[in-house]
Unconditional design. Structure first.
Length: 538
């Protein structure tokens, strides 16, 4: 009797602590049931909150719900934190939106045993390349000559320890295989881990990341060396194995570096560098990004150009290596003598809107919008009037989207038609703008404004094709255990081009399409610039 009672007590104790044992055994990934509930939550909230772009989905042949459901079983079957984290990355990327990331949070999934959320809050982000991960002394670019039907990668630059044809390695060689995979199999395997909104954007970001051991991909994708199979395109093949070394030790040859040889650098800043042609009345603005110093630097430029009597000079605006940000319309009002219609935007009306509006209200009362909405040129009153008025009324009425207003009511109130005039002091000459798929976001808006309004001649390739009004971030928890998982993002508003089309996945087309190719990459930028100067002669 005593022995039977002992067995009953032991069995009862085991029944009393299954949750503790499960937590110890399964660590932070919870149970299959909890992971399935997590998938269902993320899918349901995506369908409820996401501001989908029909034109993008059509171009990419994308059914978002179907694409997300393809990763349900992988999420449920995950057996490690890294497996679950990257399965959620792929779930997020199934929406094909360059802006949307999955990030680690305190107490949540750790994609790497040594991971620290404070050191890198955006673990799988391509921009982690800026943190100088181990790097092979080789860089790649994309041949767009047969796009959109075919893309290829080729060697674009080498560390200075290599010389042309040394060991069969030289610039211009086509990549036909990576590690043990053909290039087509490699691309198929890594594509789900990349964030992109256009096919051009995917290949551009892939080329940028290929030579580094970035956390975009799980560690299992990498070896101690980068093994490549290469072809010269005429039947001559070679292989090379390159070590991953510290990026700080590599001195690049700069085979296709921009030179601006006909220009003299006269001003340098955070937002742009300014060059003056040595023989012609042309200024070249090498744009770096729409950062916080934009207004200060543009105002300084206009004051200087006015005093130097340069406002009648023609402009070449080079945005081929620009990042995003804000205040593009502010710059255009000073760079162009023509009136224009700015971009518009809206909000997807869902369960997050009341909290979103409340957050903007707290921010507005505390310090205006200067820190939170860099595009805003007033104190944020226009934005709050729209959020607390039209947006909340639309939500109460059960609308799916708010009304369209000038983008974030940054340069004009909600009732405006969005048409802006040049400021009193502005450049009066002609302008040529150069674009490419390297960047997007506010760069895409700038491109859409100048192209849809016919403000200038545009050359090169379309920008990256990604822009929205706002994203919503949420620290997601397992629905059953309530344990933290990751930070997940949703795009909750459209950017509307001046031509009335949704911008996401739909970049404005340039006037003269001049693609980067394996044949022209050594002097590609020089050719763009030469064509720009030719246009300004007309």
């Amino acid at each position: 009797m005593i022995k039977q009672l002992t067995l009953i007590l032991v069995w009862s104790a085991m029944l009393a602590v299954p949750a503790t044992l499960t937590a110890q055994t399964e660590s932070r990934i919870s149970t299959p049931q909890d992971r399935r509930a997590l998938f269902n939550y993320l899918l349901d909230k995506t369908l409820e909150r996401e501001a989908f772009s029909p034109i993008k989905n059509q171009r990419l042949g994308l059914d978002v719900e179907k694409a997300m459901r393809a990763f349900e079983n992988e999420i449920v079957a995950a057996s490690t934190e890294s497996e679950l984290f990257y399965a959620l990355v792929k779930l997020s990327n199934a929406r094909k939106d360059r802006h949307l990331t999955v990030s680690a949070i305190d107490g949540g999934l750790r994609p790497d045993p040594n991971y620290s959320s404070s050191a890198n809050s955006n673990y799988p982000d391509l921009d982690a390349a800026e943190q100088e991960p181990p790097t092979a002394p080789i860089r790649f670019a994309v041949d767009f000559s047969q796009a959109p039907n075919h893309f290829s990668l080729f060697v674009a630059d080498l560390g200075d320890q290599f010389r042309e044809d040394a060991g069969g390695l030289r610039s211009g060689l086509i990549v036909t295989g990576i590690n043990d995979l053909s290039i087509s199999d490699f691309v198929s395997r890594v594509r789900p881990y990349f964030r992109y909104s256009t096919e051009n954007g995917f290949w551009t970001k892939l080329a940028q990341a290929l030579h580094q051991r970035t956390p975009i991909l799980p560690r299992s994708f990498y070896r101690g060396h980068l093994d490549l199979r290469l072809s010269d395109g005429r039947g001559q093949n070679s292989t090379v194995s390159l070590p991953y070394i510290s990026a700080q030790t590599i001195v690049w040859q700069g085979i296709s570096r921009r030179k601006y040889s006909e220009f003299q650098l006269i001003r340098s800043g955070e937002v742009f560098d300014l060059y003056r042609h040595r023989a012609r009345k042309v200024l070249l603005i090498s744009w770096k990004g729409f950062g916080d110093a934009l207004i200060e630097e543009i105002d300084s430029l206009m004051e200087w150009a006015s005093k130097a009597q340069l406002l009648d000079y023609n402009l070449v605006w080079d945005g081929t290596r620009s990042r995003g940000g804000g205040q593009g319309a502010y710059a255009i009002q000073r760079l162009s003598p023509k009136p224009f219609k700015t971009t518009f935007g809206n909000l997807r009306l869902s369960d997050v809107v009341p909290e979103f509006v409340d957050g903007k209200r707290r921010q507005f009362k505390a310090d205006g919008m200067s820190d939170g909405v860099r595009e805003t040129i007033d104190d944020g009153s226009w934005l709050m009037e729209w959020l607390e008025g039209d947006v909340m009324q639309g939500l109460a009425a059960g609308q799916a989207y708010s009304n369209d207003v000038p983008f974030k009511t940054a340069h004009a109130p909600a009732w405006s038609d969005g048409r802006l005039n040049p400021t009193k002091v502005h450049f009066r000459g002609e302008m040529v703008c150069l674009f490419g798929p390297y960047g997007g976001s506010h760069l895409d808006q700038f491109a859409a404004i100048v192209i849809d309004n016919g403000l200038c001649t545009t050359l090169g390739m379309p920008a990256g094709g990604y822009s929205n009004t706002w994203e919503w971030e949420e620290d997601v928890r397992f629905p059953l255990s309530n344990e933290p998982v990751v930070k997940f993002m949703w795009s909750i508003g459209h950017t509307i081009r001046p031509n009335g089309q949704i911008l996401e996945g739909n970049p404005a087309e340039v006037d003269e399409f001049l693609p980067l190719t394996r044949e022209n990459y050594r002097h590609y930028h020089d050719r763009l610039l030469a064509r720009a100067l030719k246009v300004l002669e007309r």
